[in-house]
Design a protein around this ligand. Sequence first.
Ligand SMILES: NC(=O)c1ccc[n+]([C@@H]2O[C@H](COP(=O)([O-])OP(=O)(O)OC[C@H]3O[C@@H](n4cnc5c(N)ncnc54)[C@H](OP(=O)(O)O)[C@@H]3O)[C@@H](O)[C@H]2O)c1
Length: 223
Amino acid sequence: MELKGKTAVVTGSSSGIGFELCGLLTDKGTSVYGLSRRRTPLEHPGFTWLETDVTSQEETDRAFDTVLNKHEQVDLLVNNAGFGLFDSIETIDPEAWNRLIATNLTAPFLCTRRVVPGMKAIRRGTIVNVASIAGKRGFRNGSAYCASKFGLNGFSEALVEELREEGIRVCTINPGSTGTAFFEHAGIEAKKLMKTEDVARVILSMIELPDDMLPDQVVVRPL
Ligand SMILES: NC(=O)c1ccc[n+]([C@@H]2O[C@H](COP(=O)([O-])OP(=O)(O)OC[C@H]3O[C@@H](n4cnc5c(N)ncnc54)[C@H](OP(=O)(O)O)[C@@H]3O)[C@@H](O)[C@H]2O)c1
């Protein structure tokens, strides 16, 4: 996908992988809208931060209304917002479980449904879902997080079949441990970490593949 002059929405833009990716996309001449609750500290004429809690359908719809009032369609959506929750099955708080599923799984649904009509109209578009290695195999104390990311992988695989004939690419990246605030928030440690900007670069390279190539599943992990 040629990025110059295109419109992109990236969820979870305020830090980590999403923040790095927003910088890479604006450098390519893309109009980028970042959705997050905290301010996204990216100063670039091509970047707009839209304060959004993606677990709220009302807030998410408001953000997409803002983008779609200015642009005919969203050419690229990156469903990146997410967090980790690692706890034993007896101690996972049901409210935290619901918040996790709302962020990691329902939000990609809420965002994707807003971009597909415009992409269908021009028979072109790319949707990238940021899942995880934990969406491919189970981890101890990861029942909630793994369920959310396995769910996201299932959502993506089904959408590949639904949308490829419409010219829309649905791509999933499953990263391993990456040096963002993720582990701090989740209260766990990783042995080896990939650099945040390297993971963002992998996502960029998936997006930049020719429109007739579909990198539907990419797994990347520390060596
Ligand atoms: N780091 C890793 O090792 C790793 C590995 C595999 C997959 N991942 C996935 O990569 C994605 C990005 O995480 P990261 O590692 O870059 O961690 P991060 O630095 O903590 O970034 C998470 C982003 O998600 C946003 N977010 C969380 N809840 C949100 C909500 N309700 N509404 C809007 N935005 C929300 C945060 O913004 P606000 O707090 O400002 O809202 C932040 O911008 C996540 O989906 C994560 O599961 C990470």
